[in-house]
Design a protein around this ligand. Structure first.
Ligand SMILES: NC(=O)CC[C@H](N)C(=O)O
Length: 338
């Protein structure tokens, strides 16, 4: 998980819980490595080479990459680097809200060769605004300029991973919390270059789900699927990401539906396991994310791991409750860390 860890915000908690729900439904233990996105950036290479090396080692050792939502420009470059790394190396990627927007910007910069492509949230003067402010002006939804709450996404491409994950439905309702969106004027150019917009709102103007069909699993969602994830109904994008990570699914084969049915049928798990998984999440969070020094990378029971001495990115002071580079075992079986 690559984010800007200035504190244990609700959104990271929800994402961690959604990962836990999905991993239980896949009958797998999940180890979450936390990477402070600023530590992936070039400036860290010179200012704090150890932190830089540790962050890249964590990223490169991961079986999948998740960039969650966020606001503000700190760590944005590092998040884009993580998306680029996943795209170029065929590593499963799930981008949520800002994580999707930055994957789009990264694609415009490096695949479509628009070096100044940006979100107007970070560069209002960019000549290639691929993510822009699109206020809704809705009279029925409160919340100032923020697009909030449950909105409908229609699948425009039926033969895509997200549609399959959601069970071949025509639309899904998911929760939103953002101001910026993919620039609809640039959509044809993106699609020509290989980035598909497989889900859109009812107007067709707001891009909700991206996929790169040539990639093993590269999915970005403008909404927050983690908000609706529950132990008995894990979120489809999270389940899909983990399924692909674990088993390199053949997305076109009939076996997919079978696997999904088995894996999402969480009721086949002993209820005790689900309870343990959920109850122990608190312990996992408390142990691993309490603002103390954690291991950069370790296996269970490995006492030889090297502790990191930086929190919230190398340059930041340690903050209580902050999440640092390190590892959480969101596995339902308790947690350990070096
Ligand atoms: N929740 C988010 O990730 C928000 C993304 C971005 N900052 C926006 O406002 O659109």
């Amino acid at each position: 998980m690559v984010g800007k860890y200035t504190g244990l915000s609700d959104s990271y908690l929800s994402v961690l819980k959604a990962l836990l729900h999905a991993s239980v439904s896949c009958h797998k233990k999940l180890v979450v490595d936390w990477v402070a996105s600023t530590d992936l950036e070039d400036s860290t290479a010179s200012e704090a080479p150890d932190a830089y090396k540790a962050a890249w080692t964590l990223l490169k050792g991961a079986d999948g990459v998740l960039v969650p939502g966020g606001f503000g420009d700190r760590g944005v470059k590092g998040k884009m680097m993580a998306a680029k790394y996943a795209r170029e190396n065929n590593v499963p990627y799930l981008g949520i809200c800002l994580g999707m927007q930055l994957a789009v910007v990264e694609f415009a910069r490096h695949v479509m060769k628009f070096p100044d492509a940006d979100s107007t949230e970070f560069n209002p003067n960019t000549k290639t605004p691929c993510v822009i402010f699109m206020p809704e002006g809705s009279k029925t939804h409160m919340g100032g300029t923020m697009r909030l709450g449950s909105r409908r996404t229609f699948f425009k491409v039926t033969d895509c991973k997200s549609a399959k994950l959601y069970g071949d439905v025509n639309y899904v309702d998911e929760r939103h919390r953002h101001r910026y969106e993919v620039n609809p004027d640039m959509v044809p150019a993106f699609e020509n270059a290989g980035l598909q917009f497989v889900g859109k709102d009812e107007t067709g103007q707001r891009m909700e789900i991206i996929e790169i069909p040539d990639h093993r699993f590269f999915v970005g969602v403008q909404f927050h699927p983690e908000f609706k994830s529950t132990p008995s109904k894990p979120s489809p994008p999270f389940v899909g990401k983990l399924l692909d990570t674990y088993w390199k699914l053949s997305w076109s084969s009939g076996k997919l539906q079978q696997t999904l049915t088995i894996c999402s049928n969480i009721h086949t798990l002993p209820t005790g396991l689900i309870a343990a998984a959920c109850g122990q999440l608190d312990q996992v969070l408390q142990d691993s994310c309490n603002g103390h020094v954690v291991a950069a990378k370790h296996k269970l029971g490995d006492s030889s791991s090297t502790p990191l001495v930086h929190q919230n990115g190398h340059a930041q002071k340690q903050a209580n409750g902050g999440v640092a580079n390190g590892t959480c075992h969101a596995n339902g079986n308790g947690s350990t860390h070096g």
